[in-house]
Design a protein around this ligand. Structure first.
Ligand code: C5P
Length: 193
């Protein structure tokens, strides 16, 4: 049985960094599921059609990390048919041996509800805005507005809203280093193995 690590949390909480580190540590596959929604939004046209016809090349576009792509992603991510079109790809990815790490918003609640490890990564608004601003070379106050708008949309949508699974462990990265966050995540995985 492949081992699945499900990681969810709001934007710029540190979940991607933890996901990459865990995948490297355990030799697991890693999927940043936000990229699927970003690529779907960036394709333009009918978002349902875009999600259904998503191809590997679509994930290679170099504008997918921008704040605009993030906003567009969170709008189309509220459409139930867009989400359902992307479920099978994610589940198939998660089924790979020897294991995988998937990070997103609904991995522990919808995509892989039976994952033996579920992490919900959070950080304060100020810390998240500062991180994203440094990453994108932008203004922290503007980033804060954008993150809060995106989080609200992700939390309040009807289909697969952002929330921790009942059996998720919360890691707050506001006041700890990347090394400490990764060590905490590894300790949680070790207890489940
Ligand atoms: O994680 P990232 O910031 O790249 O995600 C972009 C947007 O894609 C999120 O704001 C969210 O609306 C959507 N998303 C989602 N479910 C996921 C991953 C991302 O709805 N599993």
């Amino acid at each position: 049985m492949p081992f699945i690590i499900a990681i969810d949390g709001p934007a710029a909480s540190g979940k991607g960094t933890i996901a990459r580190a865990l995948a490297a540590h355990y030799g697991f596959h890693h999927l940043d599921t936000g990229l699927l929604y970003r690529a779907t939004g960036a394709k333009g046209g009918d978002p349902i059609e875009a999600a259904r016809s998503l191809a590997p090349d679509d994930l290679q576009r170099d504008d997918l990390r921008s704040a605009e792509a993030g906003q567009a992603a969170s709008r189309i991510a509220a459409i139930p048919e867009v989400r359902s079109a992307l479920v099978e790809f994610q589940r198939r990815f998660a089924a790979q041996e020897p294991g995988s790490v998937l990070d997103g918003r609904d991995i522990g609640t919808v995509i892989c509800p039976d994952a033996p490890v579920k992490l919900f990564v959070i950080a304060s608004n100020e810390v998240r805005a500062r991180r994203r601003a440094e990453e994108l070379g932008a203004d922290p106050a503007e980033m804060l507005d954008q993150l809060q708008e995106r989080d609200r949309r992700d939390r309040e949508r009807d289909t697969a809203p952002l929330r921790p699974a009942d059996d998720a462990t919360v890691i707050d990265t506001s006041h700890i280093s990347v090394e400490e966050a990764v060590a905490a995540a590894i300790a949680i995985v070790e207890r489940a193995r």
